[in-house]
Every structure is written in C-alpha cells, then in structure tokens.
Design a protein around this ligand. Structure first.
Ligand code: SF4
Length: 297
C-alpha cells in the first residue's frame, strides 16, 4: 500500500516517527518533496486566502499527493498533555484534507487527545491487520520522538540571536532559508526552541501557565529562556495567525521592558527575500550598535 505523508506542518516534528511507523507496518511511504513555489501555488487554490502560510503550504502538499498514493497519513493533534491544544486551523486541516482528497484517496487521520499510543495503534490496523506488528512498529518508531535532554552550551563572545518561530516554519527551507542564511552570514549563532529540552518548553511557570496552545507555550518559554542570553530576538510569524500575534505581543512588551532588540517578521506567500534580508540587516545593525554602546559605557 502506498501511503503519503505531506512534508509540511507537523511533519517537521513527527515526520521521522511517522515514516518509521508506517514502514514498520509494511507500507510504501511516499513523502512529498521539499516545499517549492509550485506546491505553494497549488495550495493557494484549495484554502482561503485568509489562512496562514503553513496551512496553505500543507494544502499544496496534500494536493500533490492526491491520486498518487492509496492513502494519506495525516494525524490531527487536538491536545497534548496538560490539555494544551493545537490551534484551531491545525485541528481543522484534516476536514479540509478530507474534502480535497475525495473518495479515491483514503485519509488515515488519527485524532490525538493527550494519548498518542491508542490512536496510532487504531490507525496502524488500517494498514496492517496484525496487532502484534502494529505494536512493534509503534515501539520501534517511538525512539524518533525524543527531545533534547540537556540545555544548549554557549561559547563566550559569540554573537547570538534567538529565532522564535514554529518548528514548521524554521524546518521548511522555502520559508526559513533567507532568514537563517542572513543571520548566519553575519556570524550569528541562531538559537531556536528545537535545542531546548521538553522540561523548559512545556514549563508552566509564570505567564506560560495562561497559554493554552501547546506550540505557543513552547515559543514563549523559549523566548524567556533565551532572552538574557542573546544579542536580540527575532520572532517569525505568519500573517493571519491569531495565536502567534497574541503571544508575540507579550514577547515584544517583555523585550521592550528589558531593552532587548526585538524584530517581528510577519510572513506570507508574497513575502520577498530582499525585503526580509533588508529588515534583518537593519535589525543586526541596531543590535550591534546597542551592544557597542553598552560595552563603551
Ligand atoms: S498556530 Fe498560527 S501559523 Fe500555526 S497553524 Fe495555527 S494559525 Fe497557522
């Protein structure tokens, strides 16, 4: 059975786990190619212009799989532990996928509500009827879900920027490449939430307790962790993202109170590379002037 996985959104955190799980069930796993302009344009034709770029990108990958595979595997995270919810658009994409794929491509979309084991086992049985094989495939694949356990190490004197954005933005070269390469070309070490342990990302101390969206809490906790360890903070969010716009505003206020250079980049499918690079270079210039002024004082 050919089972497709769209290389978008949750793929950037759970993709390796899903690939291994499905392969362990005997499926021929087909992962879509890396995002490109053609895929983005395909996605634009299937979702409202109001939705965020990651959902448009996912729609493009889904459209690319339609008719090419027997089934598409697209788990829906509703909530994880501590009743931390995924954003409504992320939850709703499965219904859009159902409409997009039609009747000829099966959709296997386990709903995860706090527990990842049971929904995966039930979904696995749709591919292999052998429950022992499904349990073994899950146990084998589970190692791909591990987080970092330790905190990052910093070298004295290095220039650092905290890049605060969802893993599906920073993992997708089409979205992140101009941002990552501009900071790297200026000699910056880029700190992201992906290098932090789960204990920090899911921490519920202070204001984080009020944030009930799972990935927003991770962003905020990463911001708090890095804030006093970097020369500046750059938040990359998508146009049309309600959760990001709310949490980014709290980050902006906190950065302002601590006099930390703060840049907020809002991206969509029209964002041009030149504009991003110019804004980042102006931010770097400002952060470096501030640093020189502080060390001269
Ligand atoms: S959190 Fe924001 S960017 Fe992510 S899927 Fe939801 S609306 Fe889109």
């Amino acid at each position: 059975m050919d089972v497709g996985i769209p290389r978008a959104l949750l793929y950037y955190r759970y993709g390796k786990f899903w690939e291994k799980f499905l392969a362990g069930l005997g499926a021929n796993v087909v992962v879509t190619r890396k995002t490109d302009k053609v895929l983005v344009e395909k996605g634009l034709g299937h979702v409202s212009s109001e939705v965020c770029l990651p959902i448009k990108i996912l729609a493009g990958h889904l459209a690319d799989l339609k008719g090419r595979v027997d089934a598409v595997f697209l788990p829906r995270i509703v909530w994880l532990e501590d009743h931390l919810y995924a954003c409504p658009k992320m939850i709703g994409i499965v219904d859009i996928a159902r409409m997009m794929l039609g009747n000829n491509t099966k959709l296997i979309a386990p709903s995860l509500k706090g527990n990842i084991l049971l929904p995966h086992l039930i979904a696995g049985l749709k591919i292999s009827p052998n429950p022992i094989r499904v349990i073994k495939a899950f146990s084998h694949a589970r190692s791909e879900l591990s987080y970092h356990t330790g905190e990052p190490e910093f070298r004295p004197g290095e220039k650092r920027v905290a890049l605060i954005s969802h893993f599906y933005n920073l993992g997708d070269d089409y979205v992140a490449h101009p941002i990552l390469s501009t900071f790297s070309n200026h000699g910056y070490r880029i700190c992201t939430k992906d290098e932090l342990p789960e204990s920090i990302l899911r921490n519920r101390d202070g204001f984080a307790e009020n944030i009930r969206w799972v990935y927003e809490r991770e962003l905020y906790n990463a911001f708090v962790y890095f804030m006093d360890k970097v020369d500046g903070v750059c938040v990359v969010m998508s146009m049309g993202c309600g959760p990001d716009s709310l949490v980014a505003e709290f980050m902006r206020q906190q950065a302002h109170q601590h006099s930390i250079p703060f840049l907020q980049l809002v991206i969509d499918e029209h964002t041009g590379e030149a504009g991003l690079v110019t804004r980042i270079e102006a931010f770097i210039d400002m952060a470096e002037r501030r640093k020189s002024a502080l060390s001269a004082a």
